[in-house]
Design a protein around this ligand. Structure first.
Ligand code: NAD
Length: 505
């Protein structure tokens, strides 16, 4: 069926966003909201938005009038009869959604598709009281709908293939990428998005460095658009903490999704984020007022010779070339001279462990993170016994030419390494669970979360072998099952295949 007419139940933020793109794609859109005046208010707001777009030259006045003529506000829910599709975007409550769909089924024809925009409930459960459950699917958009050009089409246990196909086709007509998703907690995007925040919280909980420094490293070094704590403050913990708990519990306390006691406490203390003026940062007029400034570069005039050891030959070449360019002498001996600064480039390891592995003096050792682009922000990790004089030398050396440097406390891996390996690993595990195809997961998360790459291709960009090494070492070091590498990642990394590789037969 080609869907031409749609009814939207619940004309709030999401409902009106969906209504907008549907009407712009030429669909007739009927609006219904249980709250008196809500549909009128939603449509008035949308009209103002569309008029602004028209004034900016996005479309002609004639087109504007055509779009507006496609809307009809309903006085009673019975008037949805005759539409091809009903999309529900009401309150996120299973009982209320179930009874709404039961009521809808008694009004619409047997061919009408029923869709829910739920972000956290089971589509199968919402459909479970229907006479004909095959007609119901999830149609999960992201806020703001017109800008977030992605929609998850969720097949519940009983959903007909034709219903999925019709919704995917409609998504395309509305200018969105539709991705077919299994009915699992968090679907694709909200599920994959768990890794970023939870690992950042774990790092913070271990006292590795400050909120500001973690945000800075992940923004400026790793390339995320926002730091995880800036993002938590924007989303607000009254929304995100329950989602973290819900996904963790829906997967029966799977360690990969383990939430943090830090955010539960902040939620209890009502420090939920920007909207209340305080979360991880304090805000005045929406601006952060207590961000810790970048660490000051120590004034070091004389440098000792530098002795380098790395896990990968190319890392040693890169470091040696950089150090030579700074006019500093390299120590090429088999073992470091008595006062050489020891620089290690390692993966998934703290500096104490790395110094012991390389058999060098930990009091003169500083590790550097080379997972992300060396030309961007640099992160250094001294051991718990490294002398200040050596930390200062390393800091000044890698900050030359005005480079941003963060010096962090010992951690089971560098901040970017921990977070990126968890992002890639979780996306690979979602592929392993066949929640969606690897390529759909990649595109959906890139569009839905604004990452610079899809989370699976990102693994290819960074090197699947390095991601695997980081995870294996962190697992060995901690015994924490959250770091266990997904079989999807392990096989592809060992066979030197792209992480997007799918089985041919
Ligand atoms: N806000 C988001 O970022 C986002 C993203 C994806 C999905 N969702 C999901 O979309 C749905 C709607 O979220 P929202 O943010 O637009 O909410 P909202 O509060 O902005 O709007 C909900 C609207 O539904 C109406 N409503 C409530 N119960 C109703 C009922 N029984 N019958 C008819 N109308 C009813 C309310 O009056 C309100 O106008 C939820 O299921 C939510 O989980 C939200």
């Amino acid at each position: 069926m080609t869907i031409q007419t749609m009814a939207l139940i619940g004309t709030g933020v999401m409902g009106m966003g969906i209504a907008q793109i549907a009407a712009q794609a030429g669909l007739e859109v009927r609006l219904f909201d249980a709250k008196t005046g809500a549909a009128e208010a939603g449509l008035a707001k949308l009209k103002a938005t569309l008029e602004k777009l028209q004034a900016k030259g996005k479309f002609t006045e004639e087109v504007l009038n055509e779009i507006l003529a496609r809307f009809k506000i309903l006085d009673s829910i019975e008037e949805v009869a005759g539409v091809d599709l009903v999309v529900e975007a009401i309150i996120e409550n299973l009982d209320i959604k179930q009874s709404l769909f039961k009521q809808l089924e008694s009004i619409v024809s047997p061919e009408t598709i029923l869709a829910t925009n739920t972000s956290s409930l089971s589509v199968t459960a919402i459909a479970s009281n229907l006479e004909y459950q095959g007609r119901m699917a999830g149609f999960h958009f992201f806020n703001p709908v017109p800008l977030m050009k992605i929609v998850e089409v969720i097949a519940g246990l009983a959903t007909d293939e034709q219903v999925v196909a019709d919704l995917l086709e409609l998504a395309q007509r509305m200018g969105h990428l539709g991705v077919r998703t299994k009915d699992t907690p968090g679907f694709i995007v909200n599920h994959a998005g768990r890794a970023y925040g939870t690992e950042a919280l774990k790092i913070l909980g271990e006292g590795v460095t400050s909120v500001s420094e973690i945000d800075r490293i992940l923004r400026e070094g790793a390339g995320f658009r926002m730091g995880p704590f800036e993002l938590f403050d924007l989303t607000a913990l009254d929304v995100s903490h329950p989602v973290m708990e819900s996904i963790f519990n829906q997967y029966y306390q799977e360690d990969r999704y383990r939430p943090s006691a830090l955010t539960r406490q902040m939620l209890a203390g009502k420090k939920v984020g920007r909207k209340v003026g305080e979360g991880f940062y304090k805000y005045v007029d929406g601006q952060k007022i207590n961000e810790v400034s970048a660490q000051e570069v120590p004034d070091v005039r004389t440098f000792n010779t530098v002795w380098i050891r790395t896990d990968r030959a190319e890392d040693a070449d890169l470091l040696a070339a950089y150090i030579r360019e700074q006019g500093i002498t390299l120590d090429h001996a088999e073992t470091p001279a008595q006062d050489s600064l020891i620089v290690l480039a390692t993966y998934g390891e703290d500096t104490t462990t790395a110094a012991l592995r390389f058999g060098v003096d930990a009091t003169r050792t500083v590790s550097i993170d080379l997972l992300t682009d060396f030309a961007k922000h640099r992160t250094l990790m001294p051991s718990i016994v490294t002398e200040k004089n050596y930390i200062d030398q390393a800091h000044a050396l890698f900050a030359k030419n005005g480079h941003g440097v963060s010096v962090i406390a010992e951690s089971i891996g560098f901040i970017s390494q921990r977070v990126l390996s968890m992002v890639v690993n979780l996306a690979c595990d979602i592929a392993q669970q066949q929640i969606a195809t690897a390529s759909d997961i990649d595109q959906a998360v890139k569009l839905g979360l604004g990452y610079p790459y899809g989370p699976i291709s990102w693994g290819d960009v960074l090197g699947a072998d390095r991601i695997l090494l980081i995870l294996e070492r962190m697992l060995a070091n901690t015994g924490d099952q959250r770091y266990r590498p997904s079989p999807w990642l392990q096989r592809r990394a060992r066979l030197k295949l792209s992480l997007l590789h799918t089985v041919a037969v």
